[in-house]
Design a protein around this ligand. Structure first.
Ligand SMILES: [Zn+2]
Length: 641
């Protein structure tokens, strides 16, 4: 039980509200005059002891839990209300964790150092004789001065201690530089030396644009490895970072497509030419974490692969080994990017639309874009599903009449097909493969009964949300609480879904989503923060939330994240549907509850005065209309666009 739940369990809402409002029993609930808006005629304020919530049906049209009540009454923020109610309940609050604070400060310090490094390396590139060779290389690749600035390109001089000395003079110590990945410790622990020497430097930022580390390319072909990244640091984790993400985010969202390429220049040059929806992993296969991150902006993903790497039959065969050796090498090797089996599985899990296109003439994306932008667009438009791509690549130039070749290809493609979650898609691929190899489709069917997959809700069964809900729960209060948590979890998982949610709600004449859809004060807070994160738009919403998260919400965020992680396999269109339905059902529950309460209020009033105030009749009519809209919307298929 969290502190908040414990306080809620200990503080009686009727007692608490009674201190301010004269409450009278009305059915199983209590009613009174709302303390938050001026009124003396018609009590329109209700307290629901079962759910521990209150609501004003009048002018405020607002409600919440005990925290919300205290916040509104005293004008406090959540931590203040928490402090007050904890004391009242005799619950001890945990102090802020100093570890977390220290960690954040450390990260900020390292980011500051890395920001300064960007300037330092850029200065070396643009304004020193040693940087001239690097500058020539960059210019030959078609990169403009403006792009050098935007993308933070630079040059690390040929020296063991140039950066070390420079940053020491600027007040950073060796430990800072080590933790930021700029220097390496000498063997035997006897001092440090510059990690990057005589290399072209690429600043790597997280999706919010904060510095995370560097990628560095050799200038002397004799040097090894060709590409060197920052080591794993508290800021740099290449299994999570995607190069260019901070600059591509908006374009990915507006074009509803991301193109995944294989190098820094492949991101930079097309970006300069107006193709801004490109990102690249850094010397690592695409991880599911990468795909999930992209999935927040689009489900349409195209891998633009270098033909001499990914397409080669040898590469396909050696995939497993390639992946195993990968961790030992920091070098970008395109063959590592393409792991068909892993991709097909992730694609299924994430319900992404993952396609592959092969670049022609051994050209890199930047070369194609410079040669002919239209050609680039055509290439992306012609991308094929992963399975088809693998099939065609394996068959290319092979003697398909040779039974051994047939079986070799089938052996590689059939397991891939088996991993495709969609039955129709699976059948189509199998037919394509049968035609390609000119064999009977039956021979390509798995001879074992397939292992059972966890059953998914069938089509035409709109109750995806209720499948996750404790259906048997009779207690409306706890049902509403579960629905709130579920809805918030979904919104947190994909903040952008609020836009789609709003569109659907407005189509059926319902009001937009607001934090007021929740009654739990913490949920309202977090929902408000999520909205704020979306509006800010300068940062990745998730990062914004983390950066602005009040201490009082850390537990809640952690809990929701755990739930999201545990839920793993659900995909966004389903999630969106589920979110919309959950919000609608939650509202329906509230409206029904409200109508019921209004009836009690009407009865009370009639008994006392012999007449029914118009306010109630208006409210009842209004609630009834909303209820009808909700019922219609829940009953019909959702109009997602
Ligand atoms: Zn009110």
């Amino acid at each position: 039980m969290t502190v908040v739940d414990e306080i809620k369990a200990r503080v009686d809402i009727v007692d608490l509200v009674s201190e301010t409002v004269n409450l009278r029993r009305s059915g199983k609930n209590y009613t009174g005059f709302c303390p938050f808006h001026a009124n003396t005629k018609t009590p329109a304020f209700a307290v629901f002891p079962d759910s521990g919530t209150w609501r004003c049906f009048g002018e405020c049209n607002e409600g919440g839990d005990i925290f919300k009540f205290v916040m509104k009454k005293e004008g406090w923020d959540f931590p203040e209300a928490l402090q007050h109610l904890a004391q009242r309940a005799g619950v001890e609050l945990k102090p802020q964790t100093p570890e977390r604070k220290a960690e954040e400060e450390r990260a900020d310090k390292l980011r500051e150092l890395l920001e300064e490094s960007v300037n330092y390396f850029r200065h070396q590139l643009l304004s020193t004789p040693q940087g001239a060779q690097a500058l020539t290389y960059v210019e030959k690749r078609g990169v403009t001065r403006a792009t050098i600035e935007t993308f933070g390109l630079g040059y690390a001089p040929e020296s063991w201690d140039a950066a070390l000395n420079h940053f020491t003079a600027r007040g950073f110590n060796a430990q800072d530089m080590l933790d930021a990945g700029l220097v390496t410790e000498r063997r035997g622990g006897d001092g440090y030396y510059d990690r990057f020497r005589n290399r072209l430097m690429f600043a790597i930022r997280d999706s919010s644009g904060r510095m995370a580390g560097f990628g560095a390319r050799v200038l002397n072909p004799e040097d090894n490895p060709k590409y060197l990244n920052s080591p794993q640091t508290m800021l740099f984790d290449k299994s999570k970072l995607l190069y260019g993400m901070d600059r591509a985010r908006k374009a990915i969202r507006t074009q509803d497509q991301v193109v995944i390429v294989e190098g820094y220049m492949d991101v930079i040059v097309p970006h300069q030419a107006g193709f801004q929806n490109l990102v690249s992993p850094m010397g690592t296969a695409l991880t599911e974490h990468h795909l999930r991150q992209l999935k927040r902006y689009t489900h349409r993903m195209v891998l633009a692969l270098d033909p001499d790497a990914a397409g080669q039959k040898g590469t396909l065969r050696g995939l497993e080994t390639a992946r195993k050796t990968l961790d030992r090498s920091a070098e970008i090797d395109a063959s590592h990017l393409f792991d068909p089996r892993g991709l097909v599985r992730s694609e299924g899990r994430l319900e992404a639309d993952l396609r592959v296109c092969t670049l022609p003439d051994e050209l890199d994306p930047d070369e194609i874009v410079l040669r002919d932008p239209q050609e680039w667009e055509n290439l992306i438009a012609g991308a094929e599903p992963v399975v088809i791509h693998v099939m065609n690549t394996l068959a290319e130039g092979r003697d398909l009449d040779d039974p051994k070749v047939k079986s070799e290809i089938a052996d590689q493609v059939v397991p891939l097909i088996r991993d495709v979650p969609n039955a129709l898609e699976r059948d189509t691929y199998r037919q394509r493969l049968a035609r390609l190899l000119r064999v009977d489709e039956q021979t390509l069917l798995p001879n074992r009964a397939p292992t059972k997959r966890p059953r998914r809700p069938r089509k035409g069964q709109p109750a995806t949300a209720s499948a996750q809900m404790p259906v048997a729960a009779v207690d409306q209060g706890s049902l509403a609480r579960d629905m709130e948590r579920h809805a918030l979890q979904l919104i947190l998982n994909m903040p952008e879904s609020i836009y789609s949610l709003d569109r659907v709600l407005q189509k059926v004449e319902l009001s937009r989503f607001t934090p007021q859809d929740f009654e739990d004060a913490r949920y309202q807070n977090l929902a408000g923060l999520i909205q704020e994160a979306l509006e800010a738009d300068t940062m990745d919403p998730t990062d914004y939330i983390e950066a602005n998260l009040p201490e009082s919400l850390t537990d809640l965020l952690a809990e929701l994240k755990e739930r999201i992680a545990a839920q793993g396999s659900i995909i966004s269109e389903k999630l969106l549907e589920e979110l919309i339905l959950t919000i609608m059902r939650l509202r329906k529950l509230r409206v029904q509850e409200g109508l019921q309460q209004l009836q009690y209020l009407q009865l009370d009033q009639q008994e006392q005065t012999g007449e029914q105030p118009l306010t109630y009749q208006d409210l009842v009519a209004q609630y009834t209309r909303t209820l009808a809209r909700l019922n219609r919307a829940i009953g019909q298929p959702l109009q997602l666009d």
